[in-house]
Unconditional design. Structure first.
Length: 440
């Protein structure tokens, strides 16, 4: 097998990077909202009691705030919430908390709160207590419109997570992904945005032609993606609030793999305008293109590194797909992966200490991570057809696309692979996840 043929085989296996993969989609039925399955928990998870909040006034129908908080903390893999049926009491404020009872139940933290309906708004007063030290570690009041109670719950989850771990929570962030439904001429591709638990999904774009590679702007207000609606791959930037779209790259050949700079002013992209797939940076205000790679090999799937000056990218210049790092424009790229014949789609952690990528081992494709300080490589997924990794803004979680029981699903794992949950659609295919930024 020639080097180029091998790289094209890589392209066919990973639809996020090049348009040829679109011919291999498996269109099935789909629904807008994702489900959630907790598949594996961490043995070191922290015991916490999320007591059902007391309620005053008529609350909106739907999920209870405490139930959403409990689910959020469970999804993180770092907490093991106590089932309400096992609680000895249901306190809603400090004076009702008997720490001895919670110690008997083996709890390290207890969260209590009260919800009050005031017209068209719901207010939450909540407190988090350290059971062993018998002291309050968090106490706040927050209010939202009555129709936005899930956002209130995610906010509380973020605050609790940060108060205990010291790391910013990501439960209020969003996911973007692609679903595929129908067969033959009835195939429909949908770009969707949801909460991190798959709820409140909204279709942002629907097309009979493939949509690929959604990428969030740093402020969370825009998505860049590749659409085939004109019959060829074109990169668009989509303003989520208004639905307004801008065509930002429609050159001959490939226009693929968009990735934002940290300041939101430019996009990395793969273009084959000169006959070969190379990496470019485009200034969105001026339209100026800067070529970053220049090699006979296929260079693609670029992402800015932690410094926002260098890039990680996939190239077959060494005979098969491997990860390279270019410290700055014009510098000589340095190969960083050697553990197998196939490593691709690099995604660095926001803290700059790891890079995640698709890694082939024993004929299966997994997600691996490399410690950039010592070069140590670890395979962190246990599924076998994994692609499209995307790291959470706090670096503690990773979402990727895979197949389970014959269906395309999204799976979230802790960064060390210690816990996991899946986000399948009730029917059909879901793929190409992108984890949105923290916004305020």
């Amino acid at each position: 097998m020639t080097d180029r043929k091998f790289c094209l085989d890589r392209i066919l296996k990973t639809p996020a990077i090049v348009w040829l993969a679109l011919m291999l989609t498996l269109p099935l039925g789909a629904r807008a909202e994702l489900l959630i399955r907790i598949t594996e928990g961490a043995s070191s998870a922290i015991p916490i009691a999320v007591v059902p909040f007391a309620e005053s006034g008529s609350m909106p129908a739907g999920d209870k705030v405490s139930s959403v908080v409990q689910s959020d903390l469970t999804m993180s893999g770092e907490f093991r919430p106590l089932e309400p049926s096992r609680m000895l009491s249901l306190p809603s404020e400090r004076s009702e908390v008997y720490f001895r009872d919670w110690r008997l139940l083996g709890q390290r933290y207890v969260l209590v709160g009260q919800l009050t309906r005031n017209g068209d708004r719901v207010q939450a007063r909540y407190e988090l207590f350290d059971v062993n030290q018998e002291k309050r570690v968090l106490g706040e009041t927050a209010a939202v419109p009555a129709g936005n109670v899930r956002s209130l719950a995610h906010h509380i989850s973020d605050r609790v997570y940060e108060a205990i771990t010291g790391v910013e929570g990501v439960f209020s962030t969003k996911l973007a992904y692609i679903t595929v439904s129908g067969q033959g001429d009835q195939t429909r591709y949908r770009l969707q945005v949801s909460d991190v638990d798959g709820k409140r999904a909204k279709i942002r774009l629907e097309s009979r032609e493939p949509i690929l590679s959604p990428a969030w702007s740093p402020d969370g207000k825009k998505l860049a993606y590749v659409s085939f609606e004109t019959g060829k791959p074109v990169i668009f930037v989509h303003e989520l609030a208004t639905g307004e779209r801008q065509k930002v790259s429609d050159l001959p050949g490939l226009n693929s793999a968009p990735a934002w700079s940290a300041d939101g002013r430019s996009l990395l992209m793969t273009l084959s305008r000169d006959g070969n797939a190379e990496i470019y940076s485009k200034d969105l205000a001026s339209g100026k293109l800067s070529r970053l790679t220049n090699h006979w090999a296929i260079d693609t799937e670029a992402a800015w590194d932690h410094s926002d000056r260098g890039i990680y990218f996939t190239s077959d210049r060494s005979g098969g797909p491997q990860i390279y790092h270019m410290e700055r424009p014009g510098a000589e790229p340095r190969r960083i992966t050697f553990g197998s014949r196939y490593n691709a789609r690099p995604r660095p952690s926001p803290t700059g200490d790891y890079v995640y990528y698709v890694h082939q081992r024993d004929r299966s494709f997994h997600i691996a991570r490399m410690n950039l300080e010592n070069g140590e490589e670890s395979v962190i997924t246990r599924t076998g057809s994994d692609e499209s990794p995307s790291v959470s803004p706090n670096g503690r979680l990773l979402i990727y696309a895979t197949r389970q029981e014959g269906e395309g699903v999204l799976t979230v794992v802790s960064a060390d692979g210690g816990a996991a949950y899946s986000l399948p659609a009730s029917e059909g295919e879901v793929r190409e996840p992108a984890w949105g930024p923290v916004t305020r």
